[in-house]
Design a protein around this ligand. Structure first.
Ligand code: HOZ
Length: 434
C-alpha cells in the first residue's frame, strides 16, 4: 500500500539531475518536469494494475495512466503477452504485417462513421494528418480550433493550445512563424455564436473544425448541451469537415468514444493513446470518400517508418479486445467508481471550505481550484494554480499520483479498486484541511 506521508526523493532527484545534464529540463515531454507544481518528479521504475513505484521505492495510486492509454492498468497480462509474442517475431519491418488490419477491424467496428483508418505513431501525427486531409478534401485553407484544446504540437495547432502550453503559460510557441498560423482561427470553446461568426467572416474558406468532444487538455471540460450538435449542423451546412479529436476520449468514454456517448458522427476522427495499449500509436479515419484521398490512393501525402508497428498493433489489439468483450462490465464500473472518487473529494473540499469545483465525464476528470463552473479556457484560467500545486504535492507525498498540472485531465482505469478510491478520498480530506 502507498505510504501515508512523505516520500523519499534521493534517487529520483539524482536521476533528474543526471537527465537534466543531457535532456532539456530532464524530460521528454514538458509537463513531466513538475514546473507548474514544484517538488521532485518521481522517476518511475515499475507499474502493476493501478499502482506505480518510483526509484526510491515509493508506491503511488496512479491517476495518470500514462496520460490515458492504460485504461486496463499497468502491465496488464494479456497486453504484455501480446507484446511479447509479437516481439519474438521481430520488432519492425517497414512493411505490412497482418496485425494492422486486425487493429483496423477493431477500430472500425467501434466507430461506425469510419470506413477506413490510417495508423501513425502519435496523436500529433494523427491530428496534423487529418487537418491536411480536410484541406485536401475541401480545397480550403482555414481551420477552426478552440482555445484550451490541444491537438498535438504541429505548428498550425500551437495557437491558444491547452496541455503543457497552458500549464507553462506559453501564449503560443517560439519557432512558429506567423505565416504558419495565419490560417488557424482559435475560438472560445462552448460558444456557438463564435463559430457562426467565423464561418460568416471566412465564407467558404474553412476546411475544418477540430475539437476535443470532451476537452482533456485545459483540465476536463465537457461540451455544453447541444454544442457538439451545433458544430455538426454548422459544418454540414457550410460543407466543412468536422474532426473529433478522440485521442483521449476514444475507447475511454465508451467503446465507441465520445461520438457514441453523444450520438454524433463527425467526418474524421483522430485517435491515439488507448488504441496503442501503452505503445506509441495514433490513427485517423473516416468515410472512404475522404480517406481515399490519402496516398497511395490519392494525392494527400503522409507516411511513417514505424507506422503500424507490430508491437503497438499487438498492444492495441489486446487492449481493444478486452474492452470490447468486457464493455458491459468495464464502462459502468468506471462510471461508478469515478463518480464516487470525484464526488468524495469534492465533498471533502466543501467541508474544508476550499474554493473548488469539478468536471467529470466517465473516467476523465479534473478538480479545479476555482469557483467555477469551468466551461472554457477563460473560466479554467481563473483557477488558483498555487493552491492546486499545494494540493498536488501533499497528495503525492501521501501516495496519490495526479497529473502535475491544473490543466490536464486525470484518468481512472479498470484496475482501480474501491480501496484505491477510499484511500484517495482520505488523503484528499487531509490535504484539503491543510
Ligand atoms: N501533455 C500531455 C498530455 N496532455 C502529456 C504527455 C506526457 O508528458 O507524457
Amino acid at each position: 500500500m502507498p505510504s501515508t506521508m512523505s516520500r523519499k526523493v534521493e534517487q529520483s532527484r539524482r536521476l533528474q539531475q543526471r537527465a537534466e545534464s543531457m535532456i532539456p529540463g530532464g524530460v521528454n515531454s514538458p509537463v513531466r518536469a513538475f514546473r507548474a507544481v514544484g517538488g521532485d518528479p518521481p522517476f518511475i521504475v515499475r507499474g502493476k494494475g493501478s499502482h506505480i513505484w518510483d526509484a526510491d521505492e515509493n508506491e503511488f495510486i496512479d491517476y495518470i495512466g500514462s496520460w490515458g492509454p492504460l485504461i486496463l492498468g499497468h502491465a496488464e497480462p494479456s497486453v504484455l503477452d501480446s507484446i511479447l509474442a509479437a516481439a519474438c517475431n521481430g520488432t519492425s519491418f517497414g512493411a505490412s504485417t497482418p496485425s494492422e488490419a486486425d487493429l483496423a477491424e477493431l477500430v472500425l467496428s467501434a466507430f461506425p462513421h469510419m470506413q477506413k483508418v490510417r495508423f501513425v505513431s502519435s496523436g500529433t501525427e494523427a491530428t496534423m494528418s487529418a487537418i491536411r486531409l480536410a484541406r485536401a478534401y475541401t480545397k480550403r485553407k482555414y481551420i477552426v480550433k478552440f482555445e484550451g484544446c490541444y491537438h498535438g504540437h504541429a505548428d498550425a495547432l500551437l495557437v491558444k493550445a491547452g496541455s503543457g502550453v497552458a500549464t507553462l503559460g506559453i501564449p503560443g510557441s517560439a519557432g512558429v512563424p506567423e505565416e504558419f498560423i495565419q490560417f488557424t482561427v482559435a475560438l472560445p470553446f462552448n460558444d456557438v455564436q463564435a463559430v457562426e461568426h467565423a464561418f460568416h467572416k471566412f465564407k467558404h474558406q474553412i476546411a475544418c473544425v477540430i475539437v476535443e468532444p470532451v476537452v482533456g487538455n485545459m483540465g476536463c471540460v465537457p461540451a455544453a448541451d447541444d454544442y457538439l450538435v451545433a458544430l455538426r449542423l454548422i459544418t454540414e451546412r457550410e460543407r466543412s469537415v468536422l474532426i473529433f479529436d478522440e485521442v483521449m476520449t476514444g475507447f475511454r468514454l465508451a467503446f465507441g468514444g465520445a461520438q457514441e456517448l453523444y450520438n454524433i458522427r463527425p467526418d474524421l476522427t483522430t485517435m491515439g493513446k488507448i488504441i496503442g495499449g501503452g505503445l506509441p500509436v495514433g490513427a485517423y479515419g473516416g468515410p472512404s470518400e475522404i480517406m481515399d484521398l490519402v496516398a497511395p490512393l490519392g494525392p494527400m501525402y503522409q507516411a511513417g517508418t514505424l507506422s503500424g508497428n507490430p508491437l503497438a498493433m499487438a498492444a492495441g489489439i489486446a487492449t481493444l479486445k478486452q474492452l470490447r468483450d468486457r464493455k458491459q462490465e468495464i464502462y459502468p464500473r468506471l462510471e461508478a467508481l469515478s463518480g464516487k472518487l470525484v464526488d468524495g473529494v469534492a465533498a471533502a473540499a466543501k467541508e474544508a471550505g476550499v474554493e473548488f469545483c469539478h468536471n467529470r465525464v466517465g473516467s476523465m476528470f479534473t478538480w479545479f481550484f476555482a469557483q467555477g463552473p469551468v466551461t472554457d479556457w477563460d473560466s479554467a484560467a481563473k483557477s488558483n494554480t498555487e493552491a492546486f500545486g499545494k494540493f498536488f504535492r501533499t497528495m503525492l507525498d501521501s501516495g496519490i499520483y495526479l497529473p502535475p498540472s491544473q490543466y490536464e485531465a486525470a484518468f481512472l482505469g479498470a484496475a482501480h479498486t474501491e480501496q484505491d478510491v477510499e484511500q484517495t478520498i482520505a488523503a484528499a480530506k487531509q490535504a484539503l484541511r491543510r
